[in-house]
Design a protein around this ligand. Structure first.
Ligand code: UT7
Length: 325
């Protein structure tokens, strides 16, 4: 009889750049207030990469911490996936740069681009590799320097984002780990949340807005709340479990109001919801692994507990992962 192979988390890590930008600091840059930002988003501060500090630099630090927790040699990693929207270079991929920095050779390494859902997408891909026997130990990283694609003159967006990286190491195991992943996209919504130009679609003008994030916040908000509720139901149904069976929600950290709405629908208390948006702001693909790492390290998330991760982002993309930690 063949045994089911699961992807089981054996290490987590997180890294935030030293520099902190508070809401009060932002009051000096754009027409905003600490009160508005806290009330509408729950954000109090965010971390910003130093000049010259790249997405890969952040990813390296998070990965080292995950390797340390797992107590494994980096060379035993046989798959590297980096979720990022802010790669160091157009190419090579940030995953290849990370592979080089960690002294790993030969294993597949590639980036996944699904913006704020990137980590859940990457986790889903890594899980398929492990379940099919293609990989035994995967390093999955979400890393971003969103400050590089932020328009610091636009109060609609610049108060929302931050930089950081989170990592997990997955290992093939007969013990339960990731139970299911669910990923989706709908490209119809391209212009509600996007950067207008890129390497192939060149900026039409020299304006900074052409090269930075633009978002119709309240429209994104409505779709996000509805979609996250649906993906949570889809995940529970697929696993034939009830809301009450969940121990933890580790959501993408875009807005505290969105997080609370999702948690309420799942009948989870604030104590069962990992929140970092107040300290980190929205770090896109890094937000879930950063929150997960924090709650694992401080002992809130315990072995054997059921954890639901969910995310929504540009594209639109959305997804979830249910795991027994
Ligand atoms: O991670 C990927 C997915 N992203 C999300 O899920 C983000 C979803 N959206 C949101 O989180 C919220 O929509 C925002 C936090 C972006 C905005 O909150 P909102 O309650 O939807 O506000 P709004 O966009 O409807 O704007 C309300 C008012 C506007 O003024 P008027 O037109 O009512 O006079 C804005 O101009 O707030 C104004 N405003 C600000 N005021 C002070 C917008 N940004 C700011 C600001 N400071 N930073």
């Amino acid at each position: 009889m063949t045994q089911t192979v699961y992807s089981r988390v054996i290490g987590t890590g997180g890294y935030l750049p030293e520099k902190i930008l508070t809401n009060i600091d932002l009051e000096k840059i754009v027409d905003t207030s600490d009160e508005w930002i806290r009330e509408r988003t729950g954000i109090e501060r965010r971390h910003i990469a130093q000049d010259g500090q790249t997405t890969c630099d952040l990813g390296v630090e998070a990965s080292k911490k995950a390797l340390e927790m797992a107590q494994i040699d980096a060379k035993s990693i046989d798959l590297i996936i980096v979720a990022t929207t802010t790669p160091d270079k157009i190419f090579p991929s940030t995953a290849c740069l990370l592979q080089q920095r960690l002294g790993i050779k030969g294993c597949p390494a590639f980036d996944v681009q699904a913006v704020c859902s990137g980590f859940v997408y990457a986790l889903s891909v890594a899980d398929q590799f492990i379940k099919t026997g293609m990989s035994k130990r995967a390093l999955v990283v979400g890393a971003e320097t969103l400050s590089r694609i932020t328009n610091w003159e636009d109060r609609n967006t610049c108060v929302l984002f931050g930089d950081g990286a989170g990592a997990v190491i997955l290992e093939a195991s007969n013990k339960a780990g990731i139970l299911s992943t669910h990923i989706h996209a709908d490209g119809e919504y391209e212009e509600l949340l996007h950067v207008p130009s890129g390497p192939s679609k060149l900026p039409k003008t020299d304006e900074i807005a052409e090269r930075t994030m633009s978002m119709k916040g309240n429209e994104v908000f409505k779709v996000a709340v509805n979609t996250l509720s649906k993906i949570a139901s889809e995940t529970l149904e697929a696993n034939q479990i009830q809301k009450e069976d969940l121990d933890w929600l580790v959501p993408h950290q875009a807005n505290l109001r969105i997080i609370n709405a999702t948690a309420r629908k799942l009948k989870l208390t604030p104590d069962q919801t990992v929140v970092t948006v107040n300290k980190h702001a929205n770090t896109s693909s890094a937000s879930i692994p950063l929150a997960f790492d924090e709650a694992v390290r401080d002992g809130r998330i315990q072995r054997g507990q059921l954890v639901l991760m969910e995310a929504f982002g540009g594209g639109f993309t959305w997804g979830s992962a249910l795991m027994k930690f």
